[in-house]
Design a protein around this ligand. Sequence first.
Ligand SMILES: [Zn+2]
Length: 166
Amino acid sequence: MTENTTPAEKPAKVVKTQHPCKCGVPTAAGNACSGVTFATFAPGHDQKAVGYLTRQVVKEGKLTTEQAVEQLRKVGASDVLVGKLTAAIARETKASKAKEAAKEQAAAARVEKAAAREAAKANKPEVKPKDEAKTEFARAQAAKVKEDLAAKAQTTSQSAEAKANA
Ligand SMILES: [Zn+2]
């Protein structure tokens, strides 16, 4: 068996040096990422870039999906990462639409409720007939009791008078 691999076929030796991370995600303070890496992204910054670009597309509306993908490809992201980005954008867009629909539904329900309240108010009579009848009945009862008492008192005084005269 002979060694058939010539030195020319060996891959060129790559001298690895650290370079700035290419995630392009600004820090909380708004500064450029200061991470360094031997690869494309500092550890975890690939996911950070996916999250950041997804927000730029879905929440901020500053980039189209194509622009976000292009931005990721430009810095040398893998197809896998680009796939993660497009999946995340699709997922977040769906979630955001569902949230929007729920919000609209809640608003519509509020309007409906307010309209129902207004309608109920419009249909409500100024005085409740039932209550009025009740009051009238009570008043009549009270008057009757008063009359009865007066009649009884008169009878009592008349009989007393009769007794005195007897
Ligand atoms: Zn970074």
